[in-house]
Every structure is written in structure tokens, then in C-alpha cells.
Design a protein around this ligand. Structure first.
Ligand code: SF4
Length: 449
């Protein structure tokens, strides 16, 4: 058994493994910073670790299985390490998946991981579900690519859609204060961040614990010097108000880009999912966005194969999606989650039908994306150069491929000598690179740093 006393973390080595969404990545980065502050070093590749952090996902059965595999693999690789499991997946207690030295930390206690490791090393503890519902909010801001940061502004959800376990795993809606989030954005700018993606479980529900408004957060962040671009990771249609859309249209740094979950284009399926809008509302919301921001990129999440989604209801949904003037669909297959209300709905959809429906929506999504990209071919748009490949030019090579996104979220690659990472460069958009879902481009005019 591993025993520990105060300060025993100093000099220990840790490895980190994250599954799932950007929110998890932001939180793992914060856990890493906290452990580093306690003297824990990150283990190099191949080095034995004393602590393994696994930040899990439980959004589907596949995510559960990947979380289990990650825990078992780390336990096999580092048999003497303390395995700290956090995130949405709840591992079985007997036998403990990560061995005798494993520790499960729920949403409420994520911010206390260094202390919990010190206090409980060697003891399997589990904290009851729902502990995260007391308004506690663990801040997190992580660097993604070189220039992009993910800032957690909100956590938890009060919506309880029938297919979703997130409110059980992450607890009630809560948020950081505007002042603390502005401070984190300023720190990201000082570290060279150019773009910040605002993340959360139900981002638009910001303000539940501080009594502040999401639009006031956007206005405050827009004033942070050095941050050239903001994107909102995803926002429920009923929370994307006209005020927010109008502000994004007029703001200095909020990009013409929205990610809005639809989940189904059938009113009957939306009702079974217990979503808070119908298709008419959703269509009008998309039209409202395009009225204020005609060039906005609109990405839309869809779930196929929900219980109760008959062939006729799926056809109705697909028709709705075809007619919707959006830029891309992100498709997910419905997954049976223990403890959810959806399990009581009759009409299970077979895996084969789910696969077939997924393929149909993916095909539609390709058409939408191609149509959207085609509109902008020949135009010059500002591209934030995020990375170059290869990182250093190969011997004898004169140029590298630079990758980035336009303001309206078109993926672009351009050949250049390099050295432009982190710059916003006007690029004339050219041909579609089908293999990589990108437009090729050529650099135009002067460079804006
Ligand atoms: S809004 Fe619905 S789908 Fe999204 S996290 Fe909340 S309960 Fe889950």
C-alpha cells in the first residue's frame, strides 16, 4: 500500500490522459498546473509514473469503454502508481478498476486533487453522485494549439434531456465570475494566446451562481487586449438570444461562427428528448443569426437513432435538415445510458439503422460544407495561422504547409516559408482539398500581427 504524508508529492512523476470534450482538456490542464505547483513533474515518455490522472468521458457506451480501457492500461503500465479517475465516467468500486491505489474524484472535488492524493493515497474512496450541485466551480483554462486557449466559463447542466447523463455526472449549472474569467483571458493573452474558445456544458446558461449575464461576460471579454478572436464552443438555441447575436455581429473579436445543437429535425423526437424548442423555433434562430451575420458559419449537432425515432420520423428530420441553411452537421449515434429516462421510451433503433442514418446525415453534412466553402472561394479572408507542417523545413525544402481558420471557420492550408504561426494573415481562398476538408489558399497583402 502507498503511504504518504504532507509534501510527499514533491518530486513525484505524473502522467495525464484525457478523453472527451474540450472542457475535459481544459480541466486536465488545470489539474496538471496544480500538481506542478505541488512539486509534481510530468513523466517523460517511457518513464515510470507515481500518479496517473485519467479525465474520463461517459457520453456514450463507447466513451465508457474507452475510459475503462484507459484506466486499465495505465494501471498495467504503472502498477505502483496512484490512479486518479475523474470526469463523467464512474468506475466500478469492486474490484477497483485502477487497482488498490485508485481514487475516484467527482465533479465537486476536481479542484482538490493534489490534496486528495496526499490525504487518501492507498485508500479507495468514492464521493456520492450529485456532490457537484453545491455551486462549486473549478476554474480551467488550457492551451490547445499554439495560439488557441479553451476557457471554461460554466459547468454542469439543469436541463435533464432524457438521453443525457451529464447533469448526473457533472451536477447543477454553475459558473466562474466575470472578473475571474477576464483575469484568465488576460493571462492567456500574456502567454501568447490569440484566440479563446469559451467552453462549458451548457455555456449559454452562464450566470446561475453569480447572478451575472452571459452577454455581460462577452462584452467584458471583448475588451481584453491581445485576444484577437473568440468563439463560443456550443450554445443551446433557446439561450442564443437576439442580444447575443447582435453583440457578436458588432463586437471587436467574436467571430462569425456558431455551434448550435439541434439533435433532431422532428418535433416528435425533440419532445421525446425533452428539448426546450421545436423545429420552427430552431429554423427562426438560424435565420436570425444569418440576418445579423450573413456570412456566419453555423455548425449543428444531431443525434440519430434515438429510441422512438421511426423511419418516418427520421425522414422528417432529414428533410428539415436538408432545408436548413447551415454549414455543417456533427452526427452522433444515440447510445443507451444507464439511469436515463430515455430507456423507458419504446422503439429501440437497431445498430444497423443507426449506422445507415448516420451515413445519410454525414453525406448531407459534406454537401452543406462544400456549398458553404464554395461561396467564399476567390475571396480574401483573415486566417489565424495555428501551425506549420513539418514543424521545421525538411532539408532541401523551401516551404512548409501552414494551417489555420478564417474568421468564419473555414479550414485553410497555404504553402509558405513558415514563421507566421500566431499571425493573422489575409489569404485568398482557392481550391477545395477534398482529402482534408480544407481550402488551399495564397497569402495576399500585408500581415497583421
Ligand atoms: S442540455 Fe441536455 S444534452 Fe446538453 S448537457 Fe444538458 S441535459 Fe445534456
Amino acid at each position: 500500500m502507498y503511504l504518504c504524508s504532507v509534501n510527499t508529492l514533491k518530486g513525484k512523476k505524473a502522467v495525464y490522459h484525457t478523453l472527451g470534450c474540450k472542457l475535459n482538456f481544459a480541466e486536465t490542464s488545470t489539474i496538471q498546473k496544480q500538481l506542478e505547483a505541488a512539486g509534481v513533474e510530468t513523466a517523460k515518455n517511457g518513464e515510470a509514473a507515481d500518479i496517473c490522472i485519467v479525465n474520463t468521458c461517459s457520453v456514450t457506451e463507447v466513451a465508457d469503454s474507452k475510459s475503462r480501457q484507459a484506466i486499465s492500461k495505465l494501471h498495467r503500465k504503472h502498477p505502483d502508481a496512484v490512479i486518479v479517475v475523474t470526469g463523467c465516467y464512474r468506475p466500478p468500486l469492486t474490484p477497483p478498476l485502477g487497482g488498490e491505489n485508485s481514487l475516484f474524484v467527482d465533479a465537486k472535488h476536481k479542484g482538490d486533487i493534489p490534496k486528495l492524493i496526499e490525504e487518501t493515497m492507498g485508500a479507495q474512496i468514492s464521493l456520492p453522485l450529485g456532490e457537484g450541485r453545491d455551486g462549486s466551480f473549478s476554474p480551467a483554462c488550457a492551451r490547445g494549439e499554439r495560439t488557441r486557449f479553451f476557457l471554461k466559463v460554466q459547468d454542469g447542466c439543469d436541463y435533464f434531456c432524457t438521453y443525457c447523463t451529464i447533469p448526473f455526472a457533472r451536477g447543477r449549472s454553475r459558473n466562474g465570475s466575470i472578473a475571474s474569467l477576464v483575469r484568465q483571458a488576460e493571462e492567456a493573452a500574456q502567454q501568447g494566446g490569440k484566440e479563446i474558445v469559451l467552453t462549458g456544458v451548457n455555456t449559454g446558461d452562464f450566470g446561475k451562481t453569480t447572478g451575472e449575464r452571459f452577454i455581460d461576460l462577452l462584452q467584458a471579454l471583448d475588451k481584453v487586449e491581445g485576444i484577437k478572436r473568440y468563439r463560443i464552443s456550443s450554445i443551446e438555441p433557446n439561450l442564443l438570444t437576439e442580444d447575443i447575436i447582435r453583440f457578436c455581429a458588432e463586437s471587436r473579436a467574436f467571430m462569425p461562427h456558431f455551434h448550435i445543437p439541434l439533435q433532431s429535425g422532428s418535433d416528435e423526437v425533440l419532445r421525446l428528448m425533452r428539448r426546450r424548442y421545436d423545429t420552427k423555433f430552431f429554423r427562426e434562430k438560424v435565420e436570425e443569426v444569418l440576418r445579423y451575420i450573413p456570412d456566419a458559419f453555423i455548425g449543428v449537432d444531431v443525434i440519430v437513432g434515438m429510441r422512438g425515432e421511426t423511419d418516418a420520423l427520421f425522414a422528417e428530420s432529414l428533410n428539415f435538415m436538408q432545408a436548413l441553411p447551415v454549414s455543417q452537421y456533427h452526427v452522433f449515434s444515440y447510445s443507451e445510458r444507464p439511469g436515463t429516462k430515455a430507456l423507458q421510451i419504446p422503439g429501440k433503433v437497431s445498430p444497423e439503422q443507426k449506422h445507415e442514418r448516420s451515413q445519410q446525415v454525414l453525406k448531407l453534412s459534406d454537401e452543406k460544407l462544400h456549398t458553404y466553402y464554395n461561396i467564399y472561394k476567390g475571396q480574401t479572408r483573415p486566417v489565424l495561422i495555428e501551425k506549420a507542417s513539418p514543424k521545421t523545413p525538411l532539408r532541401g525544402e523551401k516551404s512548409r504547409v501552414l494551417h489555420g481558420f478564417t474568421d468564419n471557420y473555414i479550414r485553410v492550408e497555404v504553402s509558405h516559408m513558415g514563421g507566421l504561426e500566431g499571425s493573422i494573415v489575409p489569404i485568398r481562398l482557392g481550391e477545395w482539398n477534398e482529402a482534408r476538408d480544407k481550402l488551399t489558399g495564397e497569402i495576399n497583402c500585408q500581415i497583421v500581427k
